[in-house]
Design a protein around this ligand. Sequence first.
Ligand SMILES: Nc1ncnc2c1ncn2[C@@H]1O[C@H](COP(=O)(O)OP(=O)(O)OP(=O)(O)O)[C@@H](O)[C@H]1O
Length: 305
Amino acid sequence: MSGAAIALEGAAKRYPGGRVGLAGVDLTVPAGSFFGLLGPNGAGKTTLIGLLTSLVRPDGGRIRVFGHDLDGDAVAAKECMGVVPQEVNFNSFEPVGEIVETQAAYYGLTPRRARQRAGEVLELVGLGDRRRQTAWGLSGGLKRRLMIARALVHEPRLLILDEPTAGVDLEARHATWDLLRGLNAEGVTVLLTTHYLEEAEALCGELAILDGGKVLARGGTADMLHGLRYQTLVLELSSPITEVPDLAPAVARRTDAWTLEVDIPHDHSINDLFARLSAAEVRVAGLRQKQNRLESLFLQLVGSE
Ligand SMILES: Nc1ncnc2c1ncn2[C@@H]1O[C@H](COP(=O)(O)OP(=O)(O)OP(=O)(O)O)[C@@H](O)[C@H]1O
C-alpha cells in the first residue's frame, strides 16, 4: 500500500485562554504503517487525535485522511477511520454485542450484517463468548478491547488509538499488542499515542515526538532510539569511596562517598560495567535508573533543538 493515510499541513489549535494545542504541525502517516505519537503530558497528542476525529475544531491548516479533506469530505474521511478513545465511552449496562451492533448501525450496516460483523470483531478481540453479558463485568483490559472491536465494525483502513494500554496489566497489554500487530499485518494503518517507550518500541515502525504542540522529531523507531546515546544509572555503594573510578567507556561522577552516577553508552553492557566496577574494587549495594529512557529521549531532543 502506498501514499498517505494521514496528511497534516499546518494543523493548528489554540484553546480559549491561549493554550497552544498544536502549533501548525506538518505530519504524514504513511498508509500501512504502524505509527506512534509520543510526548510528555500536554504535548498535543490528544489534540492531534481530536482534530483527526473532529472532536476538536482546528484554527488553521489542512487535514486529509486517505486523500479526503476533513473540511470538505468529512463523511468519506470518517468512513476510513476507527477511533479508540482514551476513556471508556460506552454504556456499561448494555450487552457487549449491542454496543458493537449500535455502532454498526451508525455506519449504515443492515441489522443482519451488523449482527454478523459484531460476531466477527468480538471473536477477533477475544470477546466472542461475552456477547450477551453487560460490559459492566469486563476488566479494564477487556473494556479497551471492546472499544477496539467497536472501532473495527465498519472495516476501517485506519485505526486511531489514544493510549490503548494505559493502566492495564502487563498480560492484557501484550494481548492488545498482538491484536494490533495482527491488524497492521493485514494492512490496517495504526496510529497510536502512548506514554510508554517500550510500547512504541515493540509496535511502531515510525514515531513522531511531540512537545509544546510541535513535532520535535520524526523518523523510523530504530533510528530515533539509536539517538539515545546513553543512560544514567545511580549506584549505591556498600563501602565509601574517595576517588572516582575509571569505568571507560562509561563515565562516573561521585555524588557523595556512598553514591556514584554513571553514564553508560546505549550499546554498552551492564555486565561489562560491573566487571569494571569489580576490577576497581567498587562494591555496589543497589542500582536504579536516573531517568527512564523516554525522559532521556525528550531531554536529548529538547536539548538539541
Ligand atoms: N479543552 C481544553 N481547553 C484548554 N486547554 C486545553 C484543552 N485541551 C488541551 N488543552 C491544552 O492543550 C495542550 C495540549 O494538550 P493535549 O491534551 O493535546 O496533550 P497530550 O499530549 O494529549 O497530553 P496527555 O498525555 O496528558 O494526554 C496542553 O497545554 C493542554 O493543557
